[in-house]
Write a protein that binds this ligand. Structure first.
Ligand code: SAH
Length: 345
């Protein structure tokens, strides 16, 4: 096992059967070994700086019906909201003053936000904050749409592939959604020139060592600039609401493997990780993560963006908690960076 880990750290890749052996043989000792090397790799590349992104959850209307997600269209218990352009710009203004230089606009696939409307919002942020990066995370759209949003000033796009195994994908999504289309979107985004983020939930129902090997191989092939992974957490009003959550340990092991595979990648310690464990975010950083994404949405809507139960969004999860978060980072030897933090910087 030592040799495999050594090889992964040195060559940044492993044959699928070695990924399988690594995942199947993930004892606490193996995991700690991986985490130590991943931490060293992140230190060598980024020093002790953690990049920050202000997350603006601007709509929880969604046309899709993903079985795991609390804002799926069939969830009648979700209280729907969408922010106006002015409210979104207010979030940016507040975020800029707090020190954020990347704004992430995330939402459900909300038909209200046509290309015209969304491009206008992106253009307004671009005009007001020429020194900031704009990241979009609004699901699957057409090439023309992605191109328009890019031309309006968006730089990055987060679209988790969710799982790289077709049958697993089909067990998490309704028939109208396909892995092939999701992947096609990722390649299209890359071609247009976005920095792209793929990723998946850890411990989603039906996930196995084999589906995870496919995830790792897909990441290897796509070579995204960002990878978002976090534990699956059940949301009680969804079809998968009775399933078990993914674990902290599994997430930390995978973060470490991804850091070793993609030494330059921007890798967030996600909100879901902070939700399943009070020290989740810190442990994520100590496994090679180098990005945090505090919540910049207006406090009044924050609880409504309930992708899963008990999602944290206040205290150090809130953008306004910058100082609190900074203290927690400093306690483990890191500092929050006030810069865009583009891939390859
Ligand atoms: N509509 C956008 C944004 C989706 S929400 C899109 O399609 O990309 C962002 C991410 O939250 C999803 O990609 C999914 O991986 C994650 N997510 C959704 N439900 C979750 C749950 N129950 N537990 C953990 N993560 C979840």
């Amino acid at each position: 096992m030592e040799q495999r880990i050594e090889r992964l750290a040195r060559e940044h890749t492993l044959p699928p059967e070695d990924f399988r052996a690594l995942l199947a043989g993930m004892t606490p000792a193996v995991r700690e070994n991986l985490r130590r090397r991943a931490r060293e790799a992140a230190r060598a590349r980024f020093g002790n700086r953690i990049y920050t992104r202000g997350l603006i959850e601007f709509t929880n209307y969604c046309r899709n019906d993903c079985y795991y997600c609390g804002i799926r269209r069939s969830n009648a218990a979700a209280q729907r909201y969408r922010l106006t352009k002015e409210e979104i710009l207010d979030c940016c203004r507040e975020g800029y003053a707090l020190g954020f230089r990347t704004f992430v606009l995330q939402g459900g696939e909300d038909g209200y936000f046509t290309d015209d409307r969304l491009a206008e919002i992106v253009a307004a942020i671009r005009a007001g904050y020429p020194d900031c990066a704009i990241t979009l995370s609004v699901g699957e759209r057409s090439r023309e749409s992605y191109q328009r949003l890019f031309d309006a000033g968006a730089n990055r796009y987060l679209l988790r592939h969710e799982t790289a195994d077709c049958a697993h994908y089909a067990s998490l999504h309704p028939r109208e959604l396909s892995l092939a289309h999701r992947m096609e979107c990722l390649y299209t985004l890359k071609e247009i020139g976005y920095q792209v983020g793929a990723g998946f939930m850890v411990g989603s129902p039906g996930q196995t060592v084999d589906t995870l090997v496919k995830d790792l191989c897909f990441l290897q092939e796509l070579h995204p600039q960002m990878v978002g992974i976090g534990p699956f957490i059940p949301q009680k009003d969804t079809p998968l609401g009775g399933e078990k959550a993914g674990t902290l340990e599994d997430t930390l092991g995978l973060l470490a493997i991804i850091r070793l595979m993609l030494p330059d990648v921007l890798l967030p310690a996600t909100t879901a990780l902070g939700t399943i464990h009070p020290r989740g975010r810190e442990e994520g950083i100590l496994s090679g993560a180098n990005v945090v994404m505090p919540n910049l949405s207006p406090a009044a809507v924050r609880r409504k963006y309930a992708l899963y139960d008990n999602k944290v969004s206040f205290g150090e999860e809130a953008a306004q908690g910058w100082r609190l978060l900074e203290q927690r980072m400093e306690a483990i030897g890191y500092t929050l960076a006030v810069e865009r933090g583009d891939y390859g910087d």
